[in-house]
Design a protein around this ligand. Sequence first.
Ligand code: NAD
Length: 248
Amino acid sequence: MQRRLAGKTAVVTGGANGIGRACCERLACEGANILIADIAAADETIFDVERAGGKAFAQHCDLSSSEDVARLREKVDERFGGCDVLVHNAGIYPNTPIEEIAFDEWRKVLTINLDSMFHLTKAFLPNMKSKAWGRIIAMSSTVFHSGIPGYCHYSASKAGLIGFVRSLASEVGQFGITANAIAPGLVRTGTTEAGLETRWFDQTVEQQAIKRTGEPADLMGPLAFLASDDAAFVTGQTLLVDGGWRFV
Ligand code: NAD
């Protein structure tokens, strides 16, 4: 594998599990040092990264706290001299009909999934600007357009990420920084397996052009591309990685 990110540092939020764990391993294979920001223990991810020949550190960081994000930045600066690639992957996705969503739940989803993007960008942008190179990648979701019931708050947060990177791209392109989003369809992770009935996976596969369930590995080619110099002229975009899913 090409080491397109040799000498770079990637911060991956939610890197302890699921898609985020796969992001850490892949970016390490590309040569990046990895800083995992999560509320969960990340020992297994660190093991994966080290097995891939990389270096990883975990920082306990609750993304709903701007103070935790500020501490995260200090840790990244101290360990690796700044962040070059920010992958904001952490997110929660409770399925609740609108009439049952209390305002606290609404705020929690928006805070963890979207407000965090604001805090993370403010924290890491100055260093990227000073190096005239940076990659900002948000893990959105195809729910922004599929209209799946029970996800009004989640869809709003993921659509918000798409608008955010589109506008941000216009501001930071002149500094060698790109901002893009990846929108996965249904991906098999511990959380989706525990939270969704089997029929969800079966129905989704039926509605996809590619007749199998998405796995975290399916997102890693697009991620590594967007993080690399190969994507230097790609910005403000949202890449749907969903096996050609048409939700009906
Ligand atoms: P996951 O639940 O397996 O992992 C999410 C990680 O985020 C966990 O390690 C968790 O501890 C961390 N996290 C949660 N709240 C946090 C907080 N406040 N601060 C810091 N870390 C926090 O999820 P996943 O299935 O791997 O999904 C990852 C991302 O991809 C999410 O943003 C999700 O919305 C998005 N996504 C997932 C799917 C899917 O089908 N799995 C589809 C589309 C989009």
